[in-house]
Design a protein around this ligand. Structure first.
Ligand SMILES: C[S@@+](CC[C@H](N)C(=O)[O-])C[C@H]1O[C@@H](n2cnc3c(N)ncnc32)[C@H](O)[C@@H]1O
Length: 275
């Protein structure tokens, strides 16, 4: 497969050379023991360890492994399948976290004999470390969505699930006719959890359509179902993987953490855009 990674410093093509990548200007990046490459430059970091921290990564891993969000993964995979026009595709999962959805997409396509290269990028080194230990057939990179270390027009699909939207870089890296798939939380997502933690629950949601005017908007698919969380540990992990962990009242959190089970509504929107 042709290499599509570029040097984050000078934008020249990166070539794999044993256990590192380097460009023609001799900028060199080592491949870690678990197989990922760190292409995040110091001047792109807004903190020492940007992105999700270890606790959040572990909480997300523990929760997702229980399978409660399998329905989201299935719908995203089927959406990509329905848009395929050829049998050989390059996909980037941007803000991939610890790679739950990335890995399931890889398996889904491979089982259907679709030749695929999948790249997972996240700004969190902790997240990519966990991801890279899980699956060696995906190319894992620590990098920022605002400086994607990938060639212009090199991707057929970009998926961005519950992560920051930075349109220009996605536009640059997508091939003409390529698809951008944004997955974000809907109006009723986790409403039962919010009702336990907060006295007044505001129902709102973000639609990316207004921020992605440089793309052609195709359609929005909704994925909605209810599921029962049966372990106290999973309720805690779910809460700790969301931004609510930073801004919730102590009493509400204690109430939630005392529950042994909780029915939740999963409600996500899958917005499809085209270059
Ligand atoms: C809510 S998590 C979602 C992870 C994964 N997509 C999932 O749904 O399981 C958001 C992820 O975006 C990453 N992130 C935040 N800012 C980023 C940036 N500027 N570039 C790349 N990744 C970023 C975080 O480190 C985190 O892993």
């Amino acid at each position: 497969m042709e290499e599509i990674k570029i040097c984050p410093k000078c934008k020249e093509k990166l070539i794999k050379n044993g256990k590192s990548y380097s460009c023609k200007n001799n900028h060199t990046y080592d491949i870690s023991k678990s197989g990922y490459v760190n292409l995040l430059l110091d001047n792109q970091k807004h903190s020492k360890n940007p992105g999700d921290d270890k606790d959040m990564v572990i909480s997300r891993k523990n929760f997702l492994e229980k399978g409660y969000y399998q329905g989201i993964s299935k719908k995203v995979n089927e959406t990509i399948m329905s848009l395929l026009t050829k049998n050989n595709i390059n996909i980037l999962d941007i803000g991939c976290g610890e790679g739950y959805y990335t890995e399931r997409l890889k398996k889904f396509l491979s089982e259907r004999k679709i030749e695929n290269r999948i790249i997972g990028i996240d700004i969190s080194k902790e997240a990519i470390l966990v991801a890279s230990k899980k699956n060696k057939d995906i190319e894992w990179i620590v990098a920022s969505a605002s400086n994607l270390p990938l060639e212009d027009e090199s991707l057929d699909f970009i998926i961005c699930m519950f992560a920051k939207i930075i349109p220009e870089e996605k536009m640059r890296c997508l091939k003409k006719g390529g698809y951008l798939i944004i997955v974000s939380t809907g109006e009723n997502h986790l409403v039962e959890m919010k009702e336990v933690v907060y006295e007044n629950v505001k129902k709102d949601f973000y639609s990316p359509i207004g921020d992605l005017k440089i793309f052609e908007y195709i359609e929005t698919k909704n994925c909605k179902y209810k599921t029962y969380i049966k372990e106290n540990e999973s309720i805690k992990s779910l809460f700790n993987m969301t931004p609510y962990r930073w801004r919730s009242p102590k009493e509400g959190i204690e109430k939630l953490f005392s529950l042994k089970e909780l029915e939740i509504t999963v409600d996500v929107n899958i917005d499809i855009f085209k270059k």
